[in-house]
Design a protein around this ligand. Structure first.
Ligand SMILES: N[C@@H](CCC(=O)N[C@@H](CS)C(=O)NCC(=O)O)C(=O)O
Length: 331
């Protein structure tokens, strides 16, 4: 892109394009079912996967509003791969078109392909793709397609396959700890990362209550782990009795004002007076935000969950940097 102005998406327009919605299949019990994300290529140091680790070849598209994308951003930085894998950031606010490239504080036009919408990357990879348009996206300049939009794989590959270019002496996925890391990752993925979606997108009170209990039990357990005095197993199910006093002290939230109502109310249809002036990304609120939890009526409570989760992720990362004990693969 030389000489001419970089292409950007037209401004966010909820009136014209509607709110962004996460497509989800209806489930009999009202629980949130995460769709399968189809791009799962792997980068390998020896190239056996078809995607060899090479400097300057791969690009990460991320949103800073997305906790799933954060860890690829964090790992890239900790591994010292900023000159090896390029990165660009999309606008944190989405209308019905999904993640888009605009020029603004902390986000830019697409420096690689000149796309205006992330969906163009998906369409270039699989013409006619009509599944989820999510971030992070790991893009291959050589084949002009998405390698992966699956953050656990992206994170592990950055950790393990770019040793030739990584900062010396850093190993975020030491072989001796991989079993523990994988177990913890599985738990954090299931009960925290996806846990907040299970709260925000539950369409029955029972599914919501179960998801909230699971999420807070896990956060309590992770808190203890981070405090350095684990009193319960750090992997596997949390004993039901371990945190009951803390849990009972927390306000209980109902997913709907009437337990018989089944669909969450979109953020944009809630009265403005019930919503904070700024969304959790810090941007002035327009009519919707990137926070999935805000799609539920229990928004204030769930908004806190979003913030808490982000803070837990950062504490994991900080622990690695400061104490050198944890492993970033676990965030
Ligand atoms: N498959 C992705 C999921 C990440 C994800 O859910 N990202 C959210 C933003 S925090 C997103 O882009 N969601 C859009 C959608 O699922 O339609 C991964 O595991 O990396």
């Amino acid at each position: 892109m030389t000489g001419t102005a970089a292409a950007v998406a037209s401004p966010v327009d909820f009136g014209r394009y509607g709110d962004y919605t996460v497509k989800r299949p209806a489930t009999p019990d009202g629980s949130f079912q995460r769709p399968v994300y189809p791009f799962t290529g792997r980068i390998t140091a020896d190239g056996a996967s078809g995607y060899p680790a090479e400097p300057g070849r791969y690009h990460l598209y991320v949103s800073l509003a997305c906790p799933w994308a954060h860890r690829s951003v964090i790992v890239r930085r900790l591994m010292g791969l900023e000159d090896v894998i390029s990165l660009s950031v999309v606008d944190p606010v989405r209308d019905g078109r999904g993640w888009a490239f605009r020029d603004g504080p902390g986000y830019t036009p697409d420096p690689v392909n000149g796309f205006t919408l992330i969906r163009q990357a998906y369409d270039a990879t699989e013409p006619g793709y009509d599944g989820h348009i999510s971030v992070p996206v790991l893009w291959d300049r050589r084949t002009s397609r998405i390698v992966s939009n699956n953050f656990p794989d992206i994170t592990i590959d950055l950790d393990t396959q770019f040793g030739a270019w990584a900062a010396p002496g850093i190993d975020l996925y030491p072989p001796a700890l991989r079993t523990q890391i994988d177990e913890l990752n599985e738990r954090v993925y299931t009960d925290v990362n996806n846990g907040v979606y299970q709260c925000g997108f539950a369409t029955s009170q029972a599914a919501y209550d179960a998801a909230v209990a699971r999420l807070f039990a896990t956060l309590d357990d992770l808190d203890r782990r981070l405090a350095g005095s684990p009193t319960t197993p750090t992997c596997g199910p949390t004993p039901a009795t371990s945190t009951s006093s803390q849990r009972s002290a927390r306000p209980r939230t109902s997913i709907t004002s009437s337990a018989t109502t089944s669909a969450p109310t979109p953020a944009s249809t809630r009265p403005a007076s019930s919503r904070p002036a700024r969304c959790w990304t810090g941007r002035p609120r327009t009519t919707a935000t990137a926070c999935p939890a805000e799609n539920a009526r229990s928004q204030p409570h769930l908004l806190r969950l979003c913030v808490m989760i982000t803070s837990v992720l950062w504490r994991f990362a900080r622990r690695k940097v400061v104490g050198g004990v944890g492993c970033v693969s676990s965030i």
